[in-house]
Design a protein around this ligand. Structure first.
Ligand code: F0G
Length: 451
């Protein structure tokens, strides 16, 4: 481990340790809080020893034309800001990152916002943003000589971990809440060879159990409490800044579950700002589902100073999390940047997801909270028409096909959930119809669906 270049700093008490000293559960031995990777050289070095912003921007752009596998990764392309490995030859990569930034013309028009984009992290190799974090932390696991890795998951982490473990030649253990994750994701973990345990508890219960297990067995924990995960997950911030020619957007909107991703993106933009690569940070807002909104409650009660866990309920299974591990870090990202933390209903999520589908993109339900949240922020006057806004779509639409089909069949939402939104929902629904196998019948169906 390249402990000369990085160290771990406790987010709670500020204690600093080397990477090698971290406990198996990545909790601080003094206060129990989580760690963050810190690069002391960046702060201490002065003048020409500090990374040169112009040279970095040029190098990262050049790497896009390189034939080196590592340069094809949208994470390791930025490796000067990720000195966490002894040798970059140990990196485990599936060519993650370099995800598309799509304009959203329909939503732009509907909301009266000129510049609205989706950074689609669902276009990663296993279908979610987790790949960017997994390449970083799995590489550390391999360099440290672990044989087994493990995670608790609502689906995406397990698929990403299982794939990267298979590539690294490591064994993996997945703990998931029984019957509460999308089948597409479970199938990936199985296909990539993970030992998969469905447990009669929720995500928070799975993570708690796994924390006990890693204290007893030499298994490397790959949930986002692992600070190296967040190092990989900060790199979409670099891609976004680069895409805007290092003029950051005004506002970034991120879904909130265990709250690692919002924390990581906040760290990414903060580092760019501290190193002089960008002139300011974007506002970072976090959106949760109404039934799984502990951070929203925390902001309402005490501006993110303390958090009471909740029992989580939402059809957006990826963010069905009541006791988020990284809430302090996410609260800092929101507070540092003047962002908002709000929640959206099941109906708002379903409509926003269908609207993103109608843009030709699609995403999983948890990702659609971003558009639903933006609609609320715009309605409250908190986002101006001239602002540049980026929604972070975290997962691929094919993860949860059942949800999408139920929406279009009209069976997803209960009548009381649909109340007041019937017209909007009907406008978006496109049910598959059973039609007689004749040209006349198909053409009649076309006529019937005109408009
Ligand atoms: N969106 C998707 C698609 C997710 O899978 C997750 C988290 C989130 C958003 C929330 O991100 O936890 O960093 O705030 N999924 C986890 C999992 C917990 O196990 O796949 P977060």
């Amino acid at each position: 481990m390249n402990d000369n270049l990085h160290q771990l700093r406790c987010f709670g008490c500020g204690a600093r340790i080397s990477g090698a000293e971290a406990q198996a559960d990545f909790r601080c031995a003094v206060c129990g809080d989580l760690f963050e990777v810190e690069y002391p050289g960046w702060n201490q070095r002065q003048g020409h020893d500090r990374p040169n912003p112009g040279a970095l921007k040029w190098l990262w752009r050049e790497r896009r034309c390189s034939s080196e596998a590592l340069d094809h990764s949208g994470v390791w392309r930025f490796r000067e800001l990720l000195p966490i490995l002894n040798s970059f030859g140990n990196a485990v990569t599936l060519r993650e990152g370099n995800t598309p930034l799509y304009p959203l013309p329909r939503a732009s028009k509907a909301l009266g916002i000129d510049q609205l984009f989706a950074k689609h992290q669902g276009m990663n190799p296993t279908g979610s943003f987790k790949d960017t974090g997994m390449t970083a932390a799995m590489s550390v696991a391999r360099e440290r000589g672990f044989e087994w890795v493990a995670c608790a998951s609502t689906g995406n982490t397990s698929a990403a971990m299982a794939a990267y473990a298979a590539r690294a030649g490591l064994r993996s253990l997945v703990l998931i809440p029984q019957g509460k994750i999308a089948w597409g994701k479970l199938s990936q973990a199985m296909d990539y060879g993970a030992v998969t345990c469905q447990l009669d508890t929720d995500f928070d219960g799975c993570l708690q159990l796994l924390t006990q297990i890693v204290r007893e067995a030499p298994i490397y924990l790959l949930n986002s409490v692992n600070p190296y995960r967040l190092e990989g997950q900060k790199t979409p911030a670099f891609e976004i800044a680069e895409a805007f020619d290092w003029n950051v957007p005004d506002h970034l909107i991120v879904p909130g579950g265990n709250l690692g991703n919002s924390s990581a993106l906040g760290k990414g933009f903060r580092e760019l700002h501290e190193l002089g690569l960008v002139g300011r940070m974007p506002r970072i807002s976090v959106i949760q589902a109404q039934g799984a909104n502990p951070l929203v409650r925390s902001f309402a009660a005490n501006h993110g100073a303390s958090l009471e866990p909740v029992e989580a309920h939402t059809r957006a299974t990826a963010i069905r999390i009541g006791n988020p591990a990284s809430w302090r870090k996410a609260a800092r990202a929101i507070l540092d940047t003047g962002g908002w933390c709000l929640d959206v209903t099941e109906t708002e999520i379903a409509i926003a997801k269908a609207e993103l589908g109608a843009e030709g993109l699609g995403c999983e339900p948890a990702s659609a909270v971003t558009l639903a949240g933006l609609k609320k922020l715009r309605a409250h006057g908190e986002v101006g028409s001239g602002e540049t806004v980026v929604l972070v779509l975290t997962g691929h639409t094919l993860k949860d096909a059942d949800y999408t089909i139920d929406f279009h069949k009209g069976t997803l939402l209960r009548d009381e959930e649909k109340a007041g939104h019937e017209a909007e929902i009907d406008r978006l629904r496109r049910n598959a119809q059973v039609v007689e196998a004749t040209p006349a019948a198909v053409l009649a169906t076309l006529k019937g669906s005109a408009g």
